[in-house]
Design a protein around this ligand. Structure first.
Ligand SMILES: [Zn+2]
Ligand SMILES: [Zn+2]
Length: 919
């Protein structure tokens, strides 16, 4: 296989692997084609008023102020005297959209929304609003277009005014109906829903945090507004007792003003219901909950009725007698109902049949697309069992054994929900195995290519035309059979890709059978302990890398092992000083992953100190260069280094003065901004002007990148590139020593090693087992460069303070670009060092790169099975980005490799006359 074909095949295989997770993990659980189910008895209410106070925490509403009074006196009196209350438990992601979907449609938004974007409605769904006769809604333009029939938007700026706007508009709407006959009669119909979305509390919470006066004041405003609306409506409808009210929120909010994840402050939301059909407060002597809320809120004697967020939709449906939303998975919270036992049993039965409908549709779909002998049905809920349960329940209701009927319905609901999730993940194992087959095959193939082309393990290639033709036909036949099976099961076209891909990949592997035989022979010739030990170390190394994606501190363990490397391999004896520095720097670098994620604790003095330290180091290097009267340096080169030191000094000054000025609220001085941008531009050019001798060039790259990195730092992370590159310098030396130890003593003198001429004179050698370690070190350092100071989450939610030296006006594009630069700088340092290691150990970059490819593919296989389709958006997002990150690691390292080659070998001349460096 030629190089272009190999690269193309590699890209194709990785693209398929990448895309596959969206078919395997992120598919919509919704089904269509169910019959709507409605309770046959007359409903208690004619209309429902739903207040959603966006971002309102349960405790913020229920708790009492320091003087023992409630900040929502009207709602407090409702739950004490006329209504029912509890906590509604939301699911992660605690965002507005999934929260509202759960409230009004009764299902938890599926993760396929990840793949399809947010604003649009990725899936069609049925809600309380659809089922109602009329729905009027008021509120934020973000929420309403998702499901509103009639809606009004607002554009108010002041957060609490968002809510008064809604209340005012509802009032004037009802006033206007008195002179509008059509509207008036519509409002007096049955099955009417009024939805008031109150965004003020969420906005104030984000801006001022939930403990602020603003957030609490806003709750007071909402309470007043709800009171006015309630009394206005009672008046309008002449106290007909046919209006049901529900107040809840879509999600809570953390103490620091965010939501999205699964902290109790985000998932616990209030639920207060009153009016038509809703139960009165139930006084109890004592009630048990694991949390201490009842005591804190002084509500021990009023029965607390907790629900899951999706249960609210069936509650609303039964209050005004509309069909339960078709995709709802909620269970009707009976204790909220003030109605006959017969009504409750009938409603519960409706609920069970409605969920069972979904199960039946889902099962039929799966059955139709699976060969009958391959189909494994969900045993606990077979057709006969369904009929049996339904019959029994009917009978109980006829015999007026309502409690028995209700408990049977609950069993049925639980079974149907289990079955739904069973059929939803039905294909997951089979597709996952297909992809894993492809992964393993591809990795095996790359290993064979490495052995074949870069080692002398294999004998001359044999060619058996006849055998390979038979092989080809054999694999083609297997492919046809697979395609046939997929065809008769009417699988989507993507399934063909996932299932057929392993065929050519494994064909390529089996074709290299003789290499496998030679490899096996070689491995068998080694002592068993040695080969097993090697495999064990490889496996351990990769596990450490995988773990470091989740726990940064794993990197510290890895670095400690690295520190022990010279001791284990006896390099220690050979080069005591170098080994000692190596051990020290490994331990020093190991401190960084233990520190908190960047940006949490700004420490500008530390950044300034780092700048001064860098300056000190470069001064001492300059003076030692001058003292030794290095014959390879000329004035021009000294000038370049002087400029670089100057830019470090300037960066340090800019960081200090910018943050001073920002602290005094004087904004970013223009002079500082100019210096920052000039430094950024010059740092990409200056290294290219310095001599191409190994250490001088690498040092120059470090100085340039450091001056930019300082400008982007706000804390301890400023030290990170400095320590990292210290370790990289020692690494280059250590690899030289290691080379000697393995008897490859053709080593070039590092002090006079020149990047520019390296590739011309060098004879590439064959790969050695130790080169696997070398590649692993590189991958490990790359991962350290990424996770040393941050994690995936810190990249998602970065701190704008780190770009304040460049701009203070919010600009996502610029800020994002600068952040990427900050992340990339440590990568460049590691890549340049690796480039140096490659050339000084006489390896072609291609051979080492193939080993890196194998390592990252094995990691990718791990992350493939670790992709999550549940949890907060942050968890799901992190699991996807781990996978994407590892998949793109190879492409990224290829780019970095090119950049490093450019940075180390290219030399620009300032003056016209050509200079000749004597070598
Ligand atoms: Zn919200
Ligand atoms: Zn929000």
């Amino acid at each position: 296989m030629g190089i272009p074909v190999f690269v193309f095949a590699g890209l194709l295989v990785h693209c398929v692997f990448l895309a596959s997770i969206f078919d395997i993990y992120f598919t919509s659980p919704l089904v269509h084609g169910m019959t709507p189910q409605q309770t046959p008895l007359p409903p208690p209410g004619k209309r429902l008023v739903l207040f959603v106070a966006d971002g309102l925490r349960a405790d913020s509403l229920y708790e009492l102020d320091s003087n023992g009074t409630s900040r929502a006196p009207f709602l407090r009196s409702i739950l004490e005297n006329t209504g029912s209350w509890g906590i509604s438990h939301t699911r992660v992601p605690t965002e507005s959209r999934p929260g509202h979907v759960a409230l009004i449609a009764g299902f938890y938004e599926d993760v396929s929304a990840v793949a399809k974007g947010w604003k649009e409605n990725p899936v069609e769904f049925d809600s309380i609003f659809n089922e109602s006769k009329y729905t009027w809604s008021w509120g934020s333009p973000d929420i309403l277009p998702m499901f509103a029939k009639e809606s009004e938007d607002f554009g108010a700026q002041d957060a609490a005014k968002l809510d008064t706007w809604v209340f005012d508009h509802v009032k004037s709407f009802f006033n206007s109906s008195r002179s509008n006959q059509t509207l008036y009669s519509a409002l007096n119909e049955e099955k009417v829903v009024l939805f008031l979305h109150l965004l003020g509390i969420d906005t104030n919470g984000h801006a001022h945090r939930p403990n602020s006066r603003e957030y609490k004041e806003n709750i007071r405003k909402v309470d007043e507004g709800v009171k006015e609306i309630a009394s206005m409506l009672e008046n309008f409808y002449g106290n007909d007792g046919k209006t049901a009210f529900i107040l809840t929120s879509d999600h809570g909010m953390t103490d620091w003003g965010s939501h999205g994840a699964g902290h109790p402050s985000e998932t616990l939301t209030p639920l207060i219901a009153w009016g038509a059909g809703v139960n009165y407060p139930q006084r109890v002597a004592s009630q048990f909950f694991e949390d201490n809320f009842l005591k804190e809120w002084k509500l021990e004697n009023l029965k607390r009725l907790d629900v899951n967020q999706a249960d609210i939709a069936p509650l609303m449906a039964s209050l005004i007698g509309v069909p339960f939303p078709l995709n709802s998975v909620g269970t009707l919270p009976l204790e909220y109902l003030n109605n006959s036992a017969h009504f409750k049993a009938e409603s519960m039965f409706t609920n069970a049949v409605q969920i069972l409908e979904q199960f039946k549709v889902k099962m039929t779909q799966k059955k139709e697309t699976t060969l009958s002998f391959l189909f494994t049905p969900f045993k606990p809920l077979s057709d006969s069992e369904q009929i049996n349960l339904l019959k029994k329940t009917r009978l109980y209701i006829q015999q007026e054994k309502y409690d028995e009927a209700v408990s049977l319905c609950k069993t049925l609901i639980n079974l149907a929900l289990e079955g739904l999730s069973y059929y939803h993940t039905y294909d997951r194992l089979f597709l996952g195995l297909s992809i894993a087959m492809g992964f393993v095959g591809w990795t095996a193939y790359v290993i064979l290519v490495i052995i074949k082309t870069h080692t002398n393990l294999t004998k001359a290639a044999q060619s058996h035309d006849k055998e390979s033709t038979i092989l080809l036909y054999g694999f083609a036949f297997v492919g046809l059979i697979i395609a046939f099976f997929l065809l008769i099961q009417t699988c989507p076209w993507t399934y063909y890709v996932y299932c057929l891909l392993p065929v050519p990949v494994w064909y390529a592997v089996v074709k290299e059978l003789h290499v496998i035989q030679d490899l096996a022979a070689y491995l068998l010739s080694l002592p068993v302990g040695q080969s097993m030990g090697f495999l064990l170390i490889c496996a351990l190394g990769i596990e450490i890398l995988v773990f470091s994606f989740f726990y940064r501190s794993t990197l510290t363990i890895g670095l400690l092992v690295f520190a022990g490397w010279p001791v284990i391999t006896q390099l220690w004896v050979q080069a005591k000083t170098t080994a000692l520095i190596w051990i020290l720097l490994c331990m020093l670098l190991g401190i960084f992953p233990l520190m908190p994620v960047v940006g949490r604790e700004p420490n500008i003095p530390l950044v300034i100190a780092t700048g001064l330290l860098t300056l000190l180091i470069s001064c001492s290097s300059l003076s030692s260069l001058c003292k030794s009267k290095n014959k390879y340096m000329n004035n021009e080169d000294l000038k370049v280094q002087f400029y670089q030191m100057l830019s470090i000094a300037l960066s340090t000054y800019v960081v200090s003065s910018t943050h001073d000025s920002l602290q005094n609220k004087q904004g970013l001085p223009v002079f500082n901004q100019i210096i920052s941008w000039t430094t950024l531009v010059s740092s990409s050019v200056l290294p290219l002007l310095s001599p191409t001798f190994l250490f001088q060039r690498l040092f120059s790259i470090l100085l340039s990148l450091m001056s930019t990195y300082l400008l982007l730092s706000t804390g301890y992370e400023a030290l990170f590139p400095l320590v990292l590159s210290g370790l990289m310098f020692v690494w280059i030396n250590m690899e030289q020593e290691a080379l000697q130890q393995y008897g490859l003593s053709l080593k070039p003198k590092l002090a006079v090693f020149n990047f520019s001429y390296a590739t011309d004179i060098m004879q590439f050698r064959q790969l050695h087992l130790d080169d696997v370690r070398r590649s692993f070190f590189f991958v490990f350092f790359i991962v350290t460069a990424f996770f040393g100071t941050g994690n995936i989450a810190s990249v998602n939610s970065f701190d704008p303070a780190s770009v304040y030296c460049f701009l203070t006006v919010f600009s996502p594009f610029m800020m994002g670009g600068l952040l990427v630069l900050k992340v990339v700088i440590p990568f460049v340092l590691v890549s340049c060092a690796f480039e140096a290691v490659q050339v000084t150990t006489q390896l072609s970059s291609k051979s080492l790169f193939l080993i890196v490819l194998v390592i990252s593919d094995i990691m990718a296989l791990h992350f493939f099975f670790l992709v999550k389709d549940y949890g907060s958006w942050l968890d799901i997002g992190a699991s996807i980005s781990h996978y994407v990150l590892v998949m793109s690691l190879t492409i990224f390292m290829m780019l970095m490799n090119g950049l490093a080659q450019l940075l180390t070998t290219k030399k620009l001349e300032l003056s016209r006359k050509t200079k000749h460096h004597s070598t």
